[in-house]
Design a protein around this ligand. Structure first.
Ligand SMILES: O=C(O)CCC(=O)C(=O)O
Length: 448
């Protein structure tokens, strides 16, 4: 061993004086020795005390406190997602035909195309939606029985519900109900969003879009009277005799008008629901053949409600753009002209309510949906972490959800959640979904 050390020679070359001594010299001479000058420091300026820039703060005591834990966990989840997300888009190129086929195929199997894409194609980058191939313009539905008439015919214990309506999954999947004060999906207050002093509501909005893809909106500015008029007119329309409603029946290869949607085969399971679908905006897209004249105020009520909700959707998109880290003007530009359609859903009661489904699980193909429902009868369920959560809608609140297009634009930061509707045993339920689509002929891909 000693021999090895004998052969080693350690030489200290160019040894500096201690840095403390050098610092003293610099103070005296003002000169920094060349070896200590690092030009990359100047080339990469460091931002100090930039206004508005802060590392996110997670409060451990809130995480542990049951009262705040959900909110703080959501915040933490958002931060982790941000970190994981950096890098390439999660969405691959899909042409419109593939998207349309995929949307309907997934829908028919009770799934959502975006979910299928999340699972199967890890890099869905763009979806091109040329005007001619918007799903609702090209895909019709096979005619099936009118559900309202069917429900009237089999409303007793001895009446058998036709097999095509029996949905075992309605009972077999876990449903979380009775959330008490938490009401399952978050509540967002539009007034607070506008209050520039309060960033808390914006954090809540982002967390709702990330974790649920759904929220209830209060103080939304749509006058109660406007919503009530619409709901009353829709209820009156559905109360008319079947023949009167059939005057507005869908035509082949279209889902506009009165009827059912997404029925593509004779042995497919069916929803316990009749629907009435209209293209509402831009105004030139309206096909008045489908716009009822009875009740007399129907057209006016749809028009007024649609314009209130269009304004609201712009406000929300602006906040959502900020929340997803995008330029509000660029996101709003994609929704310019406000393509908007309205689906009015009529769910008759069913004495075997736990064996039928009002609306199969799906996510919405649009950017943003705003849902109004008739007071007192709940039925919407939202999927999160493999479980269904029953939504207890607050009186007067609107329910807002992120659609597939916003999920893609946000590169997966916001979630387009699967949802479905269940049936009440002895009360009818009416809901009105207003879908906000991006402009036609637009290539949609992650904007982040
Ligand atoms: O009726 C509901 O609660 C849900 C309606 C819906 O999801 C739809 O029309 O797409």
């Amino acid at each position: 061993m000693a021999e090895i050390f004998d052969k080693m020679k350690v030489e200290f070359v160019d040894q500096d004086e201690s840095v403390q001594v050098i610092a003293d010299n610099i103070r005296d001479t003002g000169e920094v020795p060349e070896r200590y000058v690092k030009s990359e420091i100047k080339a990469n300026p460091v931002i100090v005390d930039a206004e508005g820039y802060n590392l996110p703060v997670i409060d451990m005591s809130r995480l542990l406190n049951p009262e705040f834990s959900e909110e703080e966990t959501a915040k933490l989840g958002g931060i982790l997602q941000e970190l994981l997300k950096a890098g390439e888009a999660r969405y691959k190129v899909l042409d419109s035909v593939e998207f349309t086929k995929g949307y309907f195929a997934a829908k028919l199997e009770g799934r959502s195309i975006i979910k299928v894409n999340r699972d199967c194609f890890s890099r869905l980058k763009h979806i091109y939606l040329p005007a001619a191939s918007l799903p609702s313009r090209t895909i019709g539905s096979l005619p099936v029985a009118n559900v309202q008439a069917l429900a009237e015919a089999c409303n007793g214990f001895n009446d058998k519900i036709p097999e095509r309506y029996i949905r075992m999954e309605a009972r077999s999947e876990e449903v979380i109900t009775g959330h008490g004060s938490t009401l399952a999906i978050p509540i967002i207050d539009l007034n607070k969003l506008f209050d520039s002093q309060s960033s808390e509501e914006c954090v809540k909005l982002v967390s709702a879009c990330q974790n649920w893809g759904f929220f209830q909106l209060i103080n939304h500015g749509v006058p109660d009277e406007v919503s009530e008029n619409l709901m009353n007119d829709i209820a009156e329309f559905f109360r008319q005799p079947l023949e009167a409603k059939k005057a507005y029946s869908q035509l082949p290869n279209s889902i506009e008008g009165y009827g059912q949607v997404f029925v593509a085969s004779d042995n497919q399971k069916l929803d316990w629901c009749d629907r009435f679908f209209l293209h509402v905006r831009p105004v030139e897209s309206r096909d008045l053949r489908f716009w009822p004249t009875n009740p007399a105020s129907f057209r006016h009520s749809v028009d007024v409600y649609s314009s209130e909700v269009a304004k609201l959707s712009c406000r929300l998109l602006e906040f959502m753009a900020k929340g997803m880290g995008a330029e509000p003007a660029s996101l709003l530009g994609m929704f310019e002209g406000q393509p908007q359609s309205m689906r009015m859903n009529y769910y008759p009661p069913c004495w075997q309510a736990d064996q039928v489904l009002g609306l199969s699980p799906h996510s919405d193909a649009c950017g943003l949906t705003i849902l109004l429902q008739k007071k007192d009868v709940q039925g919407l369920q939202v999927k999160r972490d493999g479980k269904w959560f029953a939504v207890d809608a607050l009186d007067g609140a609107l329910i807002v959800n992120v659609g597939d297009i916003l999920e893609i634009l946000s590169n997966g930061k916001f979630r387009s959640a699967e949802h479905r509707a269940v049936i009440h045993q002895n009360k009818e339920r009416i809901s009105v979904a207003v879908f906000h689509q991006p402009c036609q002929d637009l290539i949609v891909g992650p904007s982040l």
